[in-house]
Write a new protein. Sequence first.
Lengths: 463, 58
Amino acid sequence: MTTNQVNSGQLAASFRDPSGFLFSRGGVLYRQVNRAYEQEYLRLMESGLYGKLVKAGLLIPHVEVDPLPAGGETAFRVIQPERVPFISYPYEWSFGQLKDAALATLSIQRRALRAGMSLKDASAYNIQFVRGKATLIDTLSFEIYKEGQPWVAYRQFCQHFLAPLALMALKDIRLNQLLRVYIDGVPLDLASQLLPWKTRLNFGLLTNIHLHAGAQKKYAGEEVKSRGGATFGRQAMTGLIDSLDATVRKLNWNPGGTEWGNYYDITNYSDAAFEHKKQLVDEWVKRVNPALAWDLGANNGIFSRVASSNGSFVVAFDIDPAAVEQNYRQAKGEKTENLLPLLLDLTNPSPSLGWANRERDSFGSRGPANLVLALAVIHHLAISNNVPLPQLADFFAETGKWLVVEFVPKSDSQVRKLLASREDIFPNYTREGFEAAFKKRFTIHHAADVHESERVLYLMEGK
Amino acid sequence: MHFAPLPYLDPGSGSFLIQLLIAALLGLAVAVRASWGRIKGWFGIKPKPDEDDDESSE
């Protein structure tokens, strides 16, 4: 979190909100509630809405702490929210994760309306996965509901959730990456152009994306006055949330037919090699006992689960949207609370984004992890992506304190495939060359030949 | 009626007006669903529990 702190300890991600802000003291994260937000905060806490949302796992729990306000007389209260083990962003989520985040937002809005409140923003960045569930982390997102007013967060909901979900489900799963370019969500005119024509026959997508985009263009900058005294009553608000909910629920995407979708069926591993690898990983995870482990190239999370079942919080990164989706569905089905599957291209990891590049943390600045698992991934980085071994050692040394890494030699059939269509310009890609490069940054504690394979598994500790 | 000053995140005039334009339809849908629920009720069909409805469980 070091990059995203401004001088006062105030965190850059929350600068837009006049209701309060996040700050950190002594490594602990606090949120100041400003006087301007007193009425709303008290309504949230006293109406029972807070308790219900927390009980349902939809809102991050917090405790009020003795005032140590960062902002002087503007402070009303200071709260200490529960720590989120790993902050992730919508461009790193699988389809199912973004969909669950959207449904959680709508569910929160329904409950808020019953308590006479309403969400004033519906940003996907306000949702994080806590104990495996999509959870609102911005306690100050609520305002007093004024009947007759349209939903102020409607545009944001459509741009952050509905448009990317529709594009992913109905056009191409990779279009979630638009969220990385457009930090306030996918512009609706762009979504409207990219979506197939037949989506105009879907009432929810017709109104909330296509007509919505048209209205934005037509009425841009106009003063908002209702015509003929029309207002947006409670029943219309309920109808809007129901319509968005039904539209989101009907959007589906099923993994399959992609890069690693059936990876473990097509590998050259024998069952004995696989079991031996699992056993080594289990042994070494127990030895290191990491609080936070990152599995880089996690596929659908078989080895991530070896670590998470030992009690570590595991972030399982993979480049393949199908593998991440499968992993998320399995974790959700098994109610695993300490495993977070995420989408990441290791050769081009998430950068720092937003205002002054300080709103969203890069992949690297969210580390280092206590343990990094890099299984069956080195050959992709070294051979497919041409990264020299010393640079790989540097990257892993910055990413984690401990490293469990698998070396896959040139004689391995998977590497032969990678080299089949190109010149072999990797004279140093040998076990000796690999160890020499990594010894500069790591102490090698163990090197184990994986049974019935030519691969070697290492346990290393950063120097 | 005039609406409150624009909040700190500009919701966009178009995004407000589209909601006003479809308000009647949205409200109607809610009313139809409610009546349909009552009609089904006469035939003894119980409505599906609303997963957001935590009022009844407490």
